[in-house]
Design a binder for this molecule. Sequence first.
Ligand code: EPU
Length: 458
Amino acid sequence: MKSGYLLVKKSPPLQGTVTVNGAKNAALVIMASQILTSGTSTLENIPNSADVRQMITLLQDLGALVDFDSQKKRLIVDTTTINNYQVRPELMNKMRASILVTGPLLARFGQAKVAQPGGCIIGQRLINYHLAGLKKMGIQIKQEESFIHAQRIENNLYDKQSRITLEYPSVGATENLMMYAVLGSGKTVIINPALEPEVLDLIDVLKKMGAHIDVGCSSITIIGVNKLDPVTHTIIPDRLEAGALLLASAITGGQVTVDNVRADHLDLFLEKLREVGHEVATASNLFDETQSSQTTSITLKATHTPRPISIKTGPYPSFPTDLQAPMSALLASIDGISSIEETVFENRMVHTKELEKMGAQIELKHNTALIRGVEQLYGCEVIATDIRTSCALALAGLAALGQTKIIGIHHWLRGYDGLEQKLQMLGADIKLFYEVEKEEVLTLKKTSRKLSNLLSNE
Ligand code: EPU
């Protein structure tokens, strides 16, 4: 865990253009999906975040050779040498995405030994949908000490057909079940799947590998194939980093353009910013409401008379839960009463207590926050307890009088790749202080040693 902090001061209206990184949550699952192939794949637009580096360590632990060029954001992974289906618990408990190797390991080895995943503490974060779906596909699940041992039962009915209805469109469960279903002889239909842009990016990669996947409005059909091939793929832009930058523009009363972004992945979020009164335009038609489906830049020009709004999070295309906390930082200083209802995670309102320390007036009723906008927020010491809370507090700090010191900074580093530098480029007064720990240096050294082996073998 990293000690350190972010120091944020009241900043002038942000101005300028910045480019958005690749999406962390798409990168992580697509890295896990490489276990399904044997050979060398190239993934472009991979953000250099702590979770990504953690996934590199996990893949290396399974036997893969990985070369990550953090400047070019290019990851080359050779999966030929993967020879292990067991993930060490200490690797599992550092991030939620570690559970996403279960499906690919099962498809490759017929078994996987994993532990309960870690990650942001924003709710119970069960994996029962993952396990129930796998059971329906003929997988036996046993608890063995700290491990969950998942194993294919030979000659099971799954070879013929499997139909899984998800109780909730879980992103992780949809991804895991799909990654197990793509290899083999069966047909799998997942009803009520998650269709987040990150899930669709995974589907894109799997199809490039040779998978047979058909996406409907409320189902995904997968016909298993015997072999999947390595790929070259560019990760989709990070809608959550783009959202953070647009909110930074709004909260400081600035004008910021974010490049390399998919406006169609942010539809409802952009609508809500417009409802507040901000001018939001896409590259194709500046300051016009019409959007094409695949624009490359979004500009937010802040209004001086913002209005309160209501938000309810939900599975895509509803308002993204990952932008809920950052959005509440903006609403905290808009005159009137705004409301935010969180429906995805049961414990994702922790940031409201920290915002209150800064002077925000928030009444929490179960998972609904009623935010009465105040004229001024005030800097103080606050604690980031998850990735998106760290973002919310940094945004609030840009508008707060004085200085905001944010501790718990490992969450910021897990989720973002140089976001503080982008904010600085736009004129924000934000600085990151932290020491790289010995463990991290060792991981980087190990990575580069494996890389040079990989490159010299080419
Ligand atoms: N759930 C269960 N059982 C399961 C799976 C999920 O009850 O087996 C519940 C969860 O507890 C939660 C809801 O279903 O209440 C949604 O969970 P989901 O499985 O959709 O989320 P996830 O796969 O754990 C991913 C992202 C999250 C993002 C959510 C929702 C990754 C690595 N994580 O989590 O990202 O909030 O989807 O879009 O892809 C973040 O980046 O800060 C982050 C938390």
